[in-house]
Ligand binder design. Structure first.
Ligand code: MG
Ligand code: MG
Length: 256
């Protein structure tokens, strides 16, 4: 069942979104060659704790996972697409880092992800990949207008990504979000225009395209049971915002 939120509830999710945006910014500010995933995780955890919020990922244990997730953030580096586990491994110059973070504040959740490059000499193809992922996300957000359908959102994302030659991992889609992190409906990264759930004011969704540089849609699971990697070893970017569908149009909730 799709639960619609009142304007008051959306305002509270906006506060949770502010915490998530600040946690992601803190993690990003720490990222540099020689710094570790655990340090980025700690930076995000400190912001969430200081805000009186609770992290949504740590301890999350879906049926398909072998262990509860250990991090406050997912940290996916280079060929890792999503669900990467923060470790003590040091980041290298040129690494492509995706950080995903969720938090709940006063009973309401928000979820967002950013991708960025570490160091001073990024590969221009990685710079383009991240810009194109952000552009695909922006297209998806713009399509989340009241009266549109979910297929319009997926189509907007995939059309932008496919036109630039990227792969998409359609199995790891976005989701409704509210009191809990994952609610109905699914928000696929591909879709047919005019098909799917009608987007009504009060619907809040996490939109999260994942673009693969090598053009493949195929992925594999790492031995840790969590990390999802590209099958061809090429790099991936993952960006996400929590977005409210309102009478006035889409409103991004995960911004500072
Ligand atoms: Mg997320
Ligand atoms: Mg999400």
């Amino acid at each position: 069942m799709v639960e619609l939120k009142t304007p008051e509830e959306i305002a509270r999710m906006r506060e949770a979104g502010r915490v998530v945006a600040r946690a992601l910014a803190a993690a990003r500010a720490v990222a540099a060659p020689g710094r570790t995933g655990l340090e980025l995780d700690r930076a995000a955890a400190d912001v969430i704790a200081a805000s009186g919020a609770e992290p949504l990922f740590r301890g999350y244990h879906p049926s398909w996972a072998p262990t509860p997730f250990p991090g406050v953030v997912c940290l996916s580096v280079n060929d890792e697409i999503v669900h990467g586990v923060p470790t003590g491994r040091a980041l290298q110059d040129g690494d492509l880092v995706s950080v995903d973070c969720g938090a709940r504040l006063d009973g309401w959740s928000a979820d967002a992800a950013v991708s960025f490059l570490v160091g001073e000499a990024p590969d221009p193809a990685d710079v383009r990949l991240i810009a194109d992922a952000e552009a695909a996300l922006a297209r998806g957000i713009a399509a989340a207008r009241p009266g549109a359908r979910m297929g319009d959102v997926g189509h907007a994302i995939s059309a932008r990504a496919r036109a630039a030659g990227y792969g998409l991992t359609a199995d790891h889609c976005g989701h409704g979000i509210g009191r809990v992190m994952h609610e109905a409906p699914d928000v696929p990264n591909e879709g047919r225009p005019g098909r799917g759930v009608v987007l009504r004011p009060g619907l809040v969704i996490a939109i999260e395209p994942q673009l693969v540089r090598g053009g493949t849609d195929a992925y594999v699971h790492a031995d840790d049971g969590w990390t999802v990697r590209t099958a061809d070893g090429s790099r991936a970017a993952h960006v996400e915002h929590t977005v409210a569908v309102t009478e006035e149009g889409p409103v991004v909730l995960t911004v500072p």
